[in-house]
Ligand binder design. Structure first.
Ligand code: GUN
Ligand code: ZN
Length: 656
């Protein structure tokens, strides 16, 4: 069990803190592969640690073991001293040499003991490297050997242990391997994929990640062996990879190649100084191209490492910003095979949906398949469910419209009844009352900006609508009470189901934003019960949650808190993963849930950080951030039921 704490996330991708004896690794992290012989390191660990902030490295215990002068130093003074690193050092076991040379001369127990003896922070089991084209029977028996070795390695080592995930091209073997690694591993290291990277077989890489990922415990960091090219970092992180190692920075340098997140470039082709990093300030790339071989190689390796470190920084930033899908799709333009891999990733929504957040700040369309991201898949499925219970006999016409045009459109007929409309949106046909919801509300793409109504004045749109609707509809009618009531009911039904909507909607009064016309708050009397976020979702206030607690069946939208934590949660303290007793499996990160004790008493409400499948399984860290909690009963401001509207809304043109 490792000390791994999630600090932020974007779906499966996570920002974390992974503690090792030589310090904390901020994940996702790049671990440069360093040769155990300092004479063969193009850039020394202390130097890139200082200039690039890369603290952790990976080196080969096997090369150290089989090279007597290196082995002597490692055994007497430790691996950190040998390679010149004071940060976390992960050691690999020799399985890669087995792949490269066909065999290794060391036994699994000996190399494991050796890694502990030389002070490795993270030792790796000597796995059986399975090639992507290995037949099933062989992959299966190799996997049995790897699993057996992992169990004996666990008995031999109390320190951090990386357990490789093998299984070749077979989804069932990958899944079995992932489960076995999760039982004993502190780092779960997906292996056997180097040939896929080398041959640009990214589609298969994604298939293997998709098979393994759901079976890996969320509690431990995931490593991806050999994912060294910066153009794949975003894709790897998308699958929840926390650690990658890179020897590519050296290997590509040896071949005169510059690594960029956008792809690979031959140094000799670089004629312009388009990079102004601190290395290029000293020696611009076009000049480096004319230097002697050894200097060129070293310069290139350093530059490749810098580019890689920067890209990993961008990946971490994107996770914080909730824009990792955008970044991964942009990076996929680096190579057609990477684009195909993104298509393959989007073909596996089931891998992503359990941790897919309720919403993100924005949705930017990057390519013509952006609309197949898991968030859209989920939205489409929910729209299909929603339509089941929606009266559509009154649907007048499908009209293409942008959400901002809503405020200009008549949404009721002359009798005051709401009209049921669908809008053609980039994610498909969506009932008009749902247009503010993520992802359609914040969708920024080319398809919708190409809609004909985009740049025309409201009057023209209105005239067009008049033409569409005919005389029974009054064009230009502003927000009506009937429409607002309908939208409140619809949003409550969307989020909490028909029963809640039928009970609560008649009690609610809506307030719209004066600027955008969007519904902002649902009041009962003067008491806010729901706030509508920029994602269009009505989230309850504590008062609203009390009503939901009465109306929703037991278990639904609930997270059950253990006895020892209940008193703290009741006072508004954060709910940590260890103190979750149970949770509604349909909840997703970002959703506001009702926190209850084992007796079903409502303690607080809070925003989910973890998915239900992760709660209780993550050893450390926050499960739910408490946003409001049970306190002394306040004077009941909600009586009488029909209080005056809040003063600041009274001059709104969209006021009721
Ligand atoms: N390095 C690159 N691939 C692998 C792998 O599958 N296993 C191990 N142990 N090391 C690797
Ligand atoms: Zn540069």
């Amino acid at each position: 069990m490792s000390d791994f704490e999630l600090t932020a996330r974007d779906g499966l991708a996570r920002l974390g803190r992974f503690s090792t004896p030589h310090g904390v690794i901020q994940t996702p992290a790049l671990l440069p592969v360093v040769h155990p012989d300092p004479a063969r390191q193009p850039v020394a660990p202390p130097e890139f640690r200082r200039t690039l902030g890369l603290d952790a490295v990976i080196t080969s215990s096997y090369i150290t073991w089989r090279t007597p002068p290196l082995r002597e130093v490692a055994e007497s003074r430790g691996i950190h001293h040998l390679i010149g690193s004071s940060g976390p050092v992960m050691t690999d076991s020799g399985a890669f040499q087995q792949h490269a040379y066909g065999s290794v001369e060391v036994g699994p127990e000996e190399i494991l003991r050796f890694q502990s003896a030389i002070g490795s922070d993270i030792a790796t089991v000597l796995d059986e490297f399975t090639e992507p084209d290995t037949p099933y029977e062989m992959a299966d028996s190799a996997l049995r050997a790897t699993i057996e070795r992992a169990h004996s390695a666990r008995n031999l080592r109390s320190g951090l242990l990386a357990v490789p995930v093998q299984g070749g091209a077979y989804a069932d073997l990958r899944a079995r391997s992932a489960r076995a690694a999760s039982e004993v591993g502190d780092v779960l290291a997906v292996g056997g994929v180097v040939p896929l990277f080398e041959q640009y077989r990214y589609v298969e890489l994604v298939q293997q990640l998709a098979a393994a990922r759901p079976e890996l415990t969320p509690a431990e960091p995931v490593h991806l062996f050999g994912a060294g090219h910066p153009m794949v970092f975003a894709l790897a992180a998308l699958f929840g990879v926390d650690l990658v190692d890179s020897s590519a920075y050296q290997k590509f340098a040896r071949r005169g190649r510059l690594l960029l997140p956008e792809g690979t470039v031959a140094l000799e082709d670089v004629q312009e100084s388009t990079c102004h990093c601190f290395l290029c300030a000293e020696m611009p790339l076009p000049r480096l191209a004319r230097r002697p071989l050894e200097e060129r190689e070293r310069g290139l390796a350093y530059h490749n490492l810098l580019t890689s470190a920067e890209e990993m920084g961008r990946v971490r930033q994107a996770i914080r910003d909730g824009t990792l899908w955008e970044l991964a799709e942009r990076r996929a333009t680096a190579h057609p095979a990477l684009r195909a891999a993104m298509d393959e990733a989007r073909a596996h929504p089931e891998v992503f949906l359990p941790t897919e957040p309720a919403s993100r700040r924005a949705f930017r369309e990057i390519d013509d398949r952006s609309g197949d991201r898991p968030s859209v898949v989920r939205f489409r499925r929910r729209v299909a469910d929603y339509r089941q219970g929606r009266p559509d006999d009154r649907t007048v016409r499908r009209v293409p419209l942008r959400p901002e045009y809503l405020r200009y459109l008549p949404l009721q007929d002359r009798s005051g009844s709401p009209l049921f409309w669908s809008a053609a949106t980039p994610v498909g046909s969506v009932p008009v009352e749902l247009l503010d919801l993520y992802p359609v509300g914040p969708y920024l793409g080319v398809a919708d900006s190409a809609l004909p109504a985009r740049h025309r004045p409201a009057r023209a749109v209105r005239e067009e609508v008049d033409g569409l609707l005919g005389p029974h509809v009054e064009a230009g009618a502003d927000w009506s009470e009937a429409w607002t009531a309908w939208q409140i009911r619809s949003l409550l039904r969307w989020e909490y189901g028909a029963d809640v909507a039928e009970s609560l909607a008649p009690e609610m009064r809506g307030e719209r934003s004066r600027q955008s016309g969007r519904l902002r708050t649902f009041y009962r009397g003067t008491t806010p019960y729901f706030h509508v976020g920029l994602d269009g979702i009505p989230s309850p206030t504590f008062r609203g949650a009390e009503r939901l607690h009465e109306l929703l069946p037991a278990g639904v939208r609930r997270v059950v808190v253990t006895e020892d934590a209940a008193p703290f949660v009741r006072e508004g303290r954060t709910l940590f993963s260890r103190f979750v007793a149970a949770s509604d499996p349909d909840l997703v990160p970002g959703t506001t849930a009702l926190l209850v004790d084992r007796g079903q008493a409502l303690l607080a409400i809070g925003r989910l950080v973890l998915a239900p499948s992760e709660m209780g399984r993550m050893h450390r860290g926050v499960a739910v951030v408490v946003t409001a909690h049970a306190r002394r009963p306040e004077p009941d401001r909600s009586e009488p039921d029909e209080g005056p509207a809040p003063a600041d809304a009274s001059d709104s043109p969209n006021d009721l």
